[in-house]
Design a protein. Structure first.
Length: 319
């Protein structure tokens, strides 16, 4: 098991076993979660949550995180049981358990469609975490609040998160938050600002060991270069296509197929703008094929419909 036994050397030639503490077990589970292995993190959190011999603070955090993993693995209803126990056992004078529980409470409110309630929960938890000098927890709350806030407040929330991540020295969170801020600017059609934020995110991704996230960050920059008319856009997109196709060929999956599709669609739009509609149609047909393979008909039909409509606009023959 991940935390069965650690060993630490106190001087050369002598190694003594070190029994892992409950807090270290919780931190080990957190590392699996941060690597986005939600299915792998869930049993680690559950083992801690279900052990009555452990400190209550560790169990509360593990209960909350078990519920969070279940929200990510499609087990929302089962996760409510863990969340309910965490809410009962958490105490406002115990900041680590309280912030975890409130954060997951907000996630479940959001999933239930209670956007206003979720935003209020994240806002209060952010203030609580900042007042108790818990910057990483504050970042998490700001991140979720930014996703739910009214358009006028989204950038302010993103900047709060970035400020907290900078103070905490969290490269991983800085990459996530700059990417999200770039997406916000893109939604507002402020493409130069989006490109700037995507470049910040890419810079931070380059400092981490996560090839998939790095590739996505490179695509975001190339995508924004196209939107801004940057002369580097074609070279950037073609370089990303080589990488996405390589990832797909080495490990065919819905995820890798989808990113090939995004890159092909960008290249189709760029090719159309450059005055070659025939080649643009070929590229967009390939993109749509990848979207179908990736299952967008099920999990993002609007995106697939949008691509098909664009394809019809490129030709008199409906797609």
């Amino acid at each position: 098991m991940l935390w069965s036994v650690l060993a630490c050397a106190i001087r050369p030639g002598i190694v003594i076993p070190h029994r892992v503490t409950p807090q270290e077990k919780l931190e080990a589970a957190d590392q699996v979660f941060m690597a986005r292995d939600y299915a792998g993190a869930l049993p680690l959190y559950q083992a801690l949550a279900n052990d009555p011999e452990l400190p209550i603070q560790v169990r509360v955090e593990a209960m909350a995180q078990s519920a969070r993993m279940m929200s990510l693995t499609g087990e929302l209803e089962a996760g409510r049981i863990y969340l309910e126990h965490a809410l009962v056992l958490s105490r406002i004078n115990e900041p680590l358990g309280w912030t975890r529980t409130q954060g997951v409470k907000g996630i479940y409110q959001r999933e239930d469609g209670d956007t206003a309630g979720a935003l209020d929960t994240f806002t209060q938890a952010y203030t609580y975490a900042m007042n108790r000098e818990l910057p990483l927890r504050a970042i998490d709350m700001a991140h979720h609040a930014a996703l739910l806030a009214p358009e006028a407040d989204q950038i302010a929330w993103a900047e709060k998160g970035i400020s907290s991540a900078t103070a905490a020295g969290s490269i991983q969170w800085l990459a996530v938050l700059h990417n999200n801020l770039g997406s916000t600017y893109e939604d507002r059609l402020d493409y130069p600002a989006a490109l700037e934020q995507y470049r910040f995110a890419l810079n931070f991704r380059q400092q981490l060991s996560d090839p998939t996230s790095l590739l996505i960050a490179e695509w975001a920059v190339a995508h924004a270069e196209r939107l801004t008319g940057d002369p580097n856009a074609r070279a950037s997109l073609e370089a990303v296509l080589v990488q996405t196709e390589s990832a797909y060929l080495s490990k065919p999956s819905a995820g890798t197929a989808e990113w090939v599709g995004y890159t092909l669609e960008d290249l189709a739009e760029l090719t159309a703008a450059e005055g070659d509609p025939e080649q643009a149609r070929v590229l967009l047909d390939e993109a749509i094929s990848k979207y179908v393979e990736a299952g967008l008909e099920e999990h993002w039909p609007e995106k697939l419909d949008q691509a098909r409509m664009r394809r019809s606009e490129m030709s008199e023959t409906p797609y």
